[in-house]
Design a protein around this ligand. Structure first.
Ligand code: 5RP
Length: 261
């Protein structure tokens, strides 16, 4: 990684023509400013974390960062990090992580998150929970007043054995304002065939995902709900990340805001 070449300049000032992906990149690059040489990093998963990895790779290649070692939150991120030459380690060898940077599906005003629409919530929660600092990077479409409010999924990782039973036990915690469904693999080329085989989505840990859909968001104590979900045998982990994030970087068309807890 020794080179005197300068890293390409980061996007810093938003313009009206910026795409959502440009905003994700801006948030990611801003968060990477917190990375210092000799750090153990948690490497997030998803289209926003993708940009953070790219930037870390660039800074390593031009020698502005040295002696970084990363722990990937998914197999996809592991492959991406290796392709960029980012050295990797494991939680076993490095149980204390200096800084994790990752995206989120929803962020509420208390920095509670929904994560896992990409299916990596278990490794993400383990790695981000082992981090001294966990910086969340989002474009402003991810901000919500209460989690579950975007009408998109709040995911739960469940073991395949008896998943129907686990799904029913999860359902029994909610009234009709919540629907729970097993996540399936997206149809090939977006075409659903009548005869298509039913294929559950499988996580990196060979588990399944049950997605919860709320009409209006979650109107109950989140920590209590977390306990109730985790008490169901068969539930491995859920995608509500409560009290884990230490900072938030949000990029919108009017600029970047950084919030520390
Ligand atoms: C994957 C995640 C992602 O961080 C989350 O889905 C956000 O993804 P993106 O940055 O692509 O919007 O939790 O399990």
């Amino acid at each position: 990684f020794q080179s005197s070449a300068a890293a390409p300049a980061a996007l810093t000032s938003p313009t009206a023509s910026m795409s959502q992906d440009d905003l994700k990149q801006m948030a990611a690059y801003k968060a990477v400013e917190l990375v210092e040489s000799n750090m153990v990093l948690g490497l997030g998963t998803g289209s926003t974390a993708y940009h953070a990895l790219e930037r870390i790779g660039e800074l390593l290649r031009c020698g502005k960062l040295t002696n970084i070692i990363g722990i990937p939150t998914s197999k996809k991120t592991e492959a991406h990090a290796l392709s960029l030459g980012i050295p990797l380690t494991s939680l076993a060898l490095n149980p204390i992580i200096d800084l994790s940077i990752d995206g989120a599906d929803e962020v509420d005003p208390h920095l509670n998150l929904v994560k896992g629409r990409g299916g990596s919530l278990l490794r993400e929660k383990m790695i981000e929970g082992a981090s001294k600092k966990f910086v969340v990077i989002v474009d402003d479409s991810k901000l919500v007043d209460r989690i579950g409010a975007s009408k998109l999924a709040v995911p739960i990782e469940v073991i395949p054995f008896g998943w129907e039973y686990t799904l029913n036990r999860v359902k029994s915690l909610f009234d009709d304002s919540c629907t729970a469904k097993l996540r399936t693999k997206p149809p090939k080329n977006g075409i659903v065939e009548e005869t298509a085989e039913f294929l559950p989505f499988e996580t990196d840990n060979s588990n399944f995902i049950v997605d919860l859909y709320f009409e209006e968001g979650i109107y109950r104590d989140l920590n209590h709900l977390s306990d109730e979900l985790l008490r169901i045998t068969g539930v491995v982990e859920h995608g509500m990340f409560l009290g884990l994030a230490t900072s938030l970087v949000v990029a919108g068309k009017n600029g970047i805001t950084v919030k520390h807890k």
